[in-house]
Write a protein that binds this ligand. Structure first.
Ligand SMILES: Cc1ncc(COP(=O)(O)O)c(C=O)c1O
Length: 352
């Protein structure tokens, strides 16, 4: 069985099968809702498969209206897209973006997007370097660390960005998994901040990463410019229907928050008890873990688990992390979390 060379991207089951051998994996490497999609998503998908013979709606007024009421903004301030990733790639293409600021470690696609359009990147250790660039990415809560920046601090940062003529991009792909949920979102602030852009992904909360759906929230002026950078028909008809069916289900969000909080605590305590590991407190549906045992690295733990059918995210290729000493694990169901903890105990020698 071949050993991995570069760390696998989260959720890359095909490459995992090529590296560790084909089998059923439990995937802790992608941070998807442990409840799976809400039932109405399966229903609209199975009832509307026949729609794929038509082009999707290019205007998406209904989806925008549903997103607008969900995110508490005006629908003219919304640009839906083919997952958050597509939309991230539009941002450094905005006129006047000459240097992108990225607090490290964070989601790698911000840097990839800037590099794709040849905009220089500057990594910074915290959020206090706005004057050094024209666009600052803030992942909130942050992937991979799980740290949540309070809304008040986001507001202050947005004010500073406004004064300095910089753009602040707040990526809220995981905000609905935090204890505060929607209340932590900066989206409603866009009406008072011309230079604030909020990115939202529906693929995590509604467990539809294969279907793709996300949106940008910003001032009407910025949204009009960004729309012109986007290819037509980005959102396919099934993603639109699934998103609309799921967005109205408040009880699903409530159940998600509760189940995530319970399992996050269970997994965090289990990891804390494990010798050789230090988990970081997290507000999200994943936990960042430092490998303290010097006989192991992020890569060797990831590979040993992979050979046992368990995928975790090796963080060795995250900018801003020292050495090869971290992994990130998704919060999954109790049974799956117990399995991960058992396998780790078996590898690392049990509890401290
Ligand atoms: C922080 C963050 N933002 C955005 C995305 C993009 O999500 P998607 O393109 O599935 O909407 C991801 C995916 O892993 C992510 O981790």
């Amino acid at each position: 069985m071949g050993r991995s060379t570069a760390p696998l991207h989260g959720g890359d089951l095909r490459r995992a099968a090529a590296v560790y051998g084909p089998r059923e994996f439990i995937d802790f490497s992608a941070n998807i809702n442990l409840l799976g999609p809400p039932p109405q998503v399966w229903q609209v998908l199975s009832e509307n498969l026949k729609d794929v013979v038509h082009y999707p709606d290019p205007h998406l007024e209904g989806l925008k209206a549903d997103l607008a009421s969900f995110l508490q903004v005006d629908s003219a301030c919304i640009l839906p897209g083919n997952g958050g990733a597509e939309l991230i790639y539009l941002l450094p293409r905005l006129e006047g973006v000459r240097q992108v600021l990225i607090p490290a470690p964070t989601f790698a696609e911000y840097a990839e997007a800037a590099q794709a359009c040849k905009v220089p990147i500057r990594y910074c250790p915290d959020l206090d370097h706005l004057e050094q660039g024209d666009m600052l990415f803030l992942c909130n809560p942050n992937n991979p660390t799980g740290k949540l920046t309070p809304k008040e601090q986001v507001w202050q940062l947005a004010q500073r960005a406004d004064k300095q003529g910089a753009l602040l991009v707040v990526d809220e792909a995981f905000i609905d998994f935090t204890p505060e949920g929607r209340a932590a979102s900066a989206a409603p602030l866009v009406k008072d901040c011309e230079r604030l852009i909020v990115l939202y992904s529906l693929t995590k909360l509604f467990a539809i990463p294969g279907l793709r759906l996300g949106c940008l929230v910003a001032s009407r002026t910025l949204i009009d410019v960004l729309r012109q950078l986007q290819p037509p028909w980005s959102v396919n008809c099934l993603a639109e229907l699934a998103g609309r069916a799921a967005l109205g289900d408040e009880s699903f969000r409530e159940r998600t928050r509760k189940a995530t909080a319970e399992e996050r605590e269970f997994l965090y305590q289990g990891l804390l008890a494990q010798q050789g590991l230090t988990p970081y407190p997290s507000a999200a549906n994943f936990i960042f873990v430092a490998i303290d045992d010097p006989s192991w690295t992020g890569t060797t733990v990831t590979d040993a688990l992979g050979r046992r059918g368990i995928l975790v995210r090796n963080c060795a290729n995250f900018e801003g992390l020292e050495g090869d000493r971290h992994i990130r694990v998704a919060v999954r169901t109790r049974q799956e979390n117990e399995r991960l903890l058992r396998e780790l105990a078996d590898l690392l020698g049990g509890s401290r």
